[in-house]
Design a protein around this ligand. Structure first.
Ligand code: GZL
Length: 352
């Protein structure tokens, strides 16, 4: 995990003891006059399981359950929270930003110790994050990034480098290009189609940019079209069907922003008698087990790793923030890129 550190400070103001002893007698006078009823007023903050056992209570706004990557990410969070003895309240946003904002507001009302959220898109978070800041609740942004002027509106970020993932995809293709050109007409172009992720999401924007920054300036390539498959297998299938009809026999390479869309696209290719990994070179991102299996079978040519296993790092970070210890403001997991040129025999099971 690559980290950029921030000086720890308690997120909650420590009482000034001199002031405390000054107002103590006044407090005793007021309390002695309290009616029985007020003494029975329930605590301002409902006690939560985690807190009873001394562990943190963490509100987690997950964006959805759209892919094996997402399911693996949620499972990683649940497993880590259990191991840390924290209570994790998971709210599934079902791919809707408004659901995530409502969930964060409920965490504020419940006065959780830490809020963790995976923002489905980059824009529209300033107001609810301002409310969390005013409530004194630290916010860990996980997985995806947001567009925000006041970066103090979140406490720390843990997530992949999506731009580098796009670069990794392009670097594989630059290596493959020489082989591709052998079977092509003299100054023929290598034609690429691209299945992009959820519009306006940081992985879609950065995986696009990282790939195109290398490919667009190389005249051997021509990107025929980029279509959003919203990170969904069903839409990956639908988009690939349309692209095969629009560019019959012209497509040499598919660059897909996640494995779920790739699996949908491969289904269609095989229905049309196209050999994935041979007739069309396939580059995919995530690294879920199903994609690695197809890579080993030669039906995918390159799988760029994007690890969802962020739970342990998130819990460790939450603990450090609440304890006032130094903590990394930005943490990124180490990521690999698996290609047809690699020996994959010793690759561990992916777990998602
Ligand atoms: C990437 C993550 C993306 C995955 C998709 O960090 O946000 O969302 O690549 C998932 O599989 O839908």
């Amino acid at each position: 995990m690559q980290k950029e550190w921030r000086k720890g400070r308690s997120v909650f103001r420590k009482p000034k003891w001199s002031l405390f002893f000054l107002i103590l007698p006044i407090l005793c006078l007021i309390m002695s006059g309290c009616s029985r009823k007020e003494k029975e007023t329930p605590p301002a903050v409902p006690s939560a399981a985690g807190r009873d056992s001394g562990g943190l209570v963490i509100g987690f706004s997950q964006l959805g359950s759209e892919s094996a990557w997402r399911l693996g990410n949620t499972a990683s969070m649940e497993k880590a929270a259990k191991e840390y003895g924290f209570r994790l309240i998971v709210e599934n946003g079902m791919q809707k930003q408004e659901n995530q904002i409502a969930a964060i507001r409920s965490f504020i009302a419940y006065r959780v110790d830490v809020i963790v959220f995976a923002p489905i898109v980059e824009d529209g978070w300033a107001n609810v994050l301002q409310e969390a800041k005013e409530a004194g609740i630290p916010v860990i942004m996980m997985d995806r990034l947001i567009n925000i002027k006041d970066s103090d509106l979140y406490t720390a970020y843990i997530g992949p480098d999506h731009y580098q993932e796009g670069v990794n995809a392009a670097k594989y293709l630059l290596k493959k290009a020489e082989e591709l050109q052998k079977d092509m007409a003299e100054n023929g172009k290598i034609h690429i189609v691209e299945l992009s992720g959820t519009e306006g999401s940081s992985p879609m924007i950065s995986r696009f940019q990282g790939f195109h920054d290398l490919i667009d300036r190389d005249e051997r390539f021509e990107v025929l079209e980029t279509v959003s498959g919203d990170f969904l297998r069903s839409k990956g299938r639908e988009c690939m069907q349309k692209l095969l009809r629009k560019y019959p026999g012209e497509i040499d390479v598919l660059y897909s922003h996640n494995d779920a869309m790739t699996l949908g696209a491969i289904e269609v290719m095989e229905e049309e008698g196209i050999e994935p990994g041979k007739d069309i070179v396939i580059i995919s991102v995530d690294g879920e087990q199903a994609a690695i299996d197809l890579l080993k079978e030669g039906r995918i040519n390159c799988v760029v790793e994007c690890s969802p296993m962020l739970g342990d790092a998130v819990m460790e970070l939450a603990q450090a923030i609440v304890s006032g210890e130094d903590y990394p403001r930005i943490s990124r997991p180490e990521e690999d890129c698996f290609t047809e040129y690699d020996d994959l025999s010793s690759l561990e099971p992916r777990g998602y």
